[in-house]
Design a protein around this ligand. Structure first.
Ligand code: PAD
Ligand code: ZN
Ligand code: ZN
Length: 365
């Protein structure tokens, strides 16, 4: 079992394990970074149910400190990004060309444990759970080999950590899940780090109209900077937002994305799609214990409803390529990073997210 260091030192590494052997704790000092995503906060609020106590954090970049027996794809010293959706390469989803949600993903009834059913963290002798197989709000973490991708050693870890979740999730929702086409009309509900990455994906795909929707108008300037053609605030209208969008787009959008995590906006996003061919993608994490009641006529008349986890990317294959694309300046990450804080200011980072003042806060160790 692994013990959480009781005092924080300014180091962070990733220990990879294929088999259940004890990790050696060595001081391999590397500066690394982890972003704060709304999904971390969903666990704190209870919207995403996980076992406690737990080490949150899943959007990070780090350096391999040591590897367990049989690990071949990374070695100590490699720069890596942990993968909250792993790619085991063996399960039905991994073997299918269609999806990316590996059956080893740390969700569901066995959430909080390594694939072998153990937890590698303890605190004062008690078990502490893993989060999404990654747990990055810590100096050292342990991940299965299928949940870590080796990246270009020249990549700036305090930027590319966003490829571990927010950026890839939004960008892939547009490019991989929706497969937005040139000339199409898109609506994005929610302009956090993930929603703004959807905006970027729609723009790269050649969408001609990108309508950004948020109740916080402070998010509009950045949405426009990243490609939004229109920005609307549901609070400015005295009719439902899906009706506003349908009027704006002569009957509805080609693609809509819910990037908030609310059932009412999930339904509104479906309803604002054009009949016959409109596609709505749920990216926001559905709140626990809530169901949706909706008019099935919306689907009967040809709209499709999809979901997207980690942007549909097969993670271990895609993440090194996304990092390479970032290094080639195919896309930017800087506009998403509004705050870079020392790890000790993690609570400030959460406050900035909750008060709508940040896009992404990156914590550095
Ligand atoms: P965020 O909190 O930074 O952004 C959410 C945005 O939604 C904010 O700008 C809010 O102002 C806005 N908003 C809130 N309520 C409304 C409303 N009623 N109408 C319009 N806008 C509203 O979050 P984020 O960008 O980090 O994450 C967004 C969601 O995506 C969240 O649910 C998160 O858990 C989920 C997520 N999913 C995946 C995945 O793989 N599917 C990955 C990462 C995050
Ligand atoms: Zn996330
Ligand atoms: Zn798999």
């Amino acid at each position: 079992m692994r013990t959480i260091p009781q005092t924080l030192s300014l180091t962070f590494s990733i220990v990879c394990h294929k088999t259940d052997i004890k990790a050696l704790h060595r001081n391999f000092h590397q500066i690394v970074a982890t972003g704060i995503c709304r999904s971390d906060d969903h666990v704190v609020s209870g919207a995403l149910v996980m076992p406690f106590p737990i080490i949150l954090g899943h959007e990070a970049a780090g350096v391999v400190e040591s590897v367990g027996q049989g690990v071949t794809s990374v070695k100590p010293g490699d720069k890596v990004i942990p993968l909250f959706v792993p790619q085991c390469g063996e399960c039905k989803s991994c073997l299918s060309t269609k999806g990316n949600l590996c059956s080893k993903t740390d969700l569901g009834s066995r959430a909080g444990l390594m694939p072998d059913g153990t937890t590698r963290f303890t605190c004062k002798g008690k078990a502490v759970y893993h989060f999404l197989g990654t747990s990055t709000f810590t100096e050292y973490t342990v991940v299965p080999e299928s949940a870590v991708a080796k990246i270009n050693p020249a990549a700036p870890l305090e930027k590319v950590c966003l490829i571990g979740c927010g950026f890839s999730t939004g960008y892939g929702a547009a490019l991989q899940t929706a497969k937005v086409e040139p000339g199409s009309t898109c609506a994005i509900f929610g302009l956090g780090g993930v929603g703004l990455s959807v905006v970027m994906g729609c723009k790269v795909a050649g969408a001609s109209r990108i309508i950004a929707v948020d109740i916080n108008k402070d998010k509009f300037a950045k949405a426009k900077q990243l490609g939004a053609t229109d920005c609307i605030n549901p609070k400015d209208f005295n009719k439902p937002i899906h009706e506003v969008l349908m009027e704006m787009t002569d009957g509805g959008v080609d693609y809509s994305f819910e990037v908030i995590g609310r059932t009412d906006t999930m339904t509104a996003a479906l309803a604002c799609c054009h009949s016959n061919y409109g596609v709505s993608v749920i990216v926001g994490v559905p709140p626990a214990a809530q169901n949706i009641t909706f008019d099935p006529m919306l689907l009967f008349t040809g709209r499709s409803w999809k979901g997207s986890v980690f942007g549909g990317w097969k993670s271990k294959d895609a993440v090194p390529k996304l990092v390479a694309d970032y290094m080639k300046k195919t896309f930017v990450l800087d506009p998403l990073i509004t705050h870079t804080l020392p790890w000790t200011k993690i609570n400030e980072g959460f406050d900035l997210l909750r008060t709508g003042k940040s896009i992404r806060s990156v914590l550095t160790f």
